[in-house]
Design a protein around this ligand. Structure first.
Ligand code: MG
Length: 206
């Protein structure tokens, strides 16, 4: 069984997020197979998965970039099931997760392994040009944005690079379609499935 060091496990445990323990462990295990180079996480929120990816990146000699606009996805907005009122910034009246991420990375001692990019995936996808050896797609779950994020970033994955997709549910009654559709598209476009744990799918570009 693969797990975080006790210190990092405590930080991850105390960080808000939507990552069940079995999927967190699978994420870490997959990332520990990730080639050195540049890794990209799309959809940071408060950094729970970033701790797992960052820990593996340090182990593998990789550098992790984590990308988010930090104002929350649709399902995090007021009136939605996954809204957390304690994350609202009184200055803007909007959700603001960046300070939480900064605290998470500080507590985890991962500042040097992780670069934080603040922006929408549309903004960053427009200029991103760095080859990737690992990509974790866990951003906005609308069909439009999920497909955009795949199209914008998966094309930068080098042969042997890993594509991880979160919130993939085969049965519609278990969850939204967009991540499933992205997973199916990746298979059609030649990615090979490596493993599946809960809603986490791990694929590799041959
Ligand atoms: Mg997710």
């Amino acid at each position: 069984m693969t797990s975080l060091s006790p210190d990092l496990a405590a930080v991850a445990e105390g960080t808000k997020g939507f990552l069940p323990p079995d999927e967190a462990e699978a994420l870490l295990e997959a990332a520990l197979q990730g080639p050195p180079g540049t890794w990209l996480e799309v959809g940071t929120y408060c950094g729970k998965s970033t701790v797992h990816l960052g820990s593996a990146a340090r182990d593998r000699g990789a550098h992790l970039v984590t990308l988010d606009h930090h104002r929350g996805s649709e399902e995090n907005q007021p009136g939605w099931e996954w809204h957390d009122a304690s994350l609202v910034d009184p200055h803007t009246g909007r959700l603001e997760t960046l300070p939480h991420l900064r605290h998470t990375l500080w507590d985890a001692g991962l500042d040097e392994v992780v670069s934080v990019v603040v922006g929408t995936t549309q903004q960053v996808g427009g200029w991103w040009a760095t080859p990737l050896t690992l990509l974790f797609l866990d951003g906005n779950h609308t069909e439009e944005v999920a497909q955009h994020d795949y199209a914008a970033f998966a094309r930068h994955l080098v042969p042997g690079g890993l594509l991880l997709v979160h919130d993939v549910f085969e049965r519609p009654e278990d969850g939204g379609r967009p991540p499933w559709n992205v997973f199916q598209r990746a298979l059609r476009e030649g990615f090979q499935e490596v493993s599946a744990t809960g809603s986490l799918r791990v694929l590799r570009r041959p």
